[in-house]
Design a protein around this ligand. Structure first.
Ligand SMILES: *[C@@H]1O[C@H](CO)[C@@H](O)[C@H](O)[C@H]1NC(C)=O
Length: 215
């Protein structure tokens, strides 16, 4: 018994690792489940993926919309609000990684003062965009409140501002005298980001108070 106890305590770290592994396996199983569920036909006769595809038609970049959101089909199901929320989250994640990439570039060498200035401005613009999208995600949770239109307008205002900030960033790099590599690396990422944000805005614009908030 004494032996058993001491050996069991020396195995404790392995027990912990085993528990973590089983958690990982569980979440992997959930992902597989999620993919399976995405194929289920819902009460509207649509799969969750069909719902995303048809909803994305209101956006300016439907292909990007579907590709970036279909991985969340199981969470979104057929809720327009959850779809818009997912679109905001995808935009936020992209803005955050873009800002990180730009901050890293700023520490590197080989940029002239003009490029450094444009890059600094860009980092500030994308930082503002991040704040606005974060506020919008927070505001999404109030769409079930009585004053739907008020909250929707707040979200529209902030997401539009985020889009403007992203455009301001790319405009700052549009001029001559910019290094081709730095310019194209930043511009292509921020243009992609602005497509995600534009899509989120279109999905928000199409929300109505009569849609079910959740299923
Ligand atoms: C921008 O988006 C396109 C299409 O979605 C993709 O092929 C490309 O790799 C993206 N560019 C960057 C820099 O992320």
């Amino acid at each position: 018994m004494e032996n058993y106890r001491s050996s069991s305590s020396s195995y404790a770290p392995y027990t912990l690792i085993a528990a973590m592994l089983s958690l990982l396996v569980c979440s992997a199983a959930q992902t597989i489940d999620g993919q399976t569920n995405a194929e289920f036909i819902n009460s509207d006769g649509q799969t969750n993926a069909d719902f995303i595809k048809s909803s994305c038609k209101v956006t300016r970049y439907p292909r990007v919309c579907f590709d970036s959101l279909s991985v969340y089909a199981n969470t979104i199901q057929t809720s327009p609000q959850r779809l818009a929320q997912a679109a905001l989250s995808v935009s936020l994640a992209s803005a955050q990684s873009t800002k990180t990439m730009m901050s890293r570039l700023l520490k590197g060498r080989g940029m002239n003062p003009r490029e450094m200035g444009a890059l600094r401005d860009c980092i500030e613009n994308i930082g503002d965009s991040i704040d606005e999208v974060k506020k919008s995600i927070e505001e999404m949770s109030h769409l079930s409140d009585p004053d739907f239109e008020f909250h929707k307008e707040n979200i529209q205002t902030w997401v539009s501002a985020a889009l403007t900030d992203e455009d301001t960033c790319t405009d700052g790099f549009a001029g001559n005298g910019m290094n081709g590599n730095v310019k194209s690396a930043i511009t292509s990422r921020v243009v992609n980001l602005s497509h995600l944000t534009s899509n989120a805005l279109a999905l928000i614009n199409s929300l109505t108070s009569t849609q079910p908030t959740s299923r």
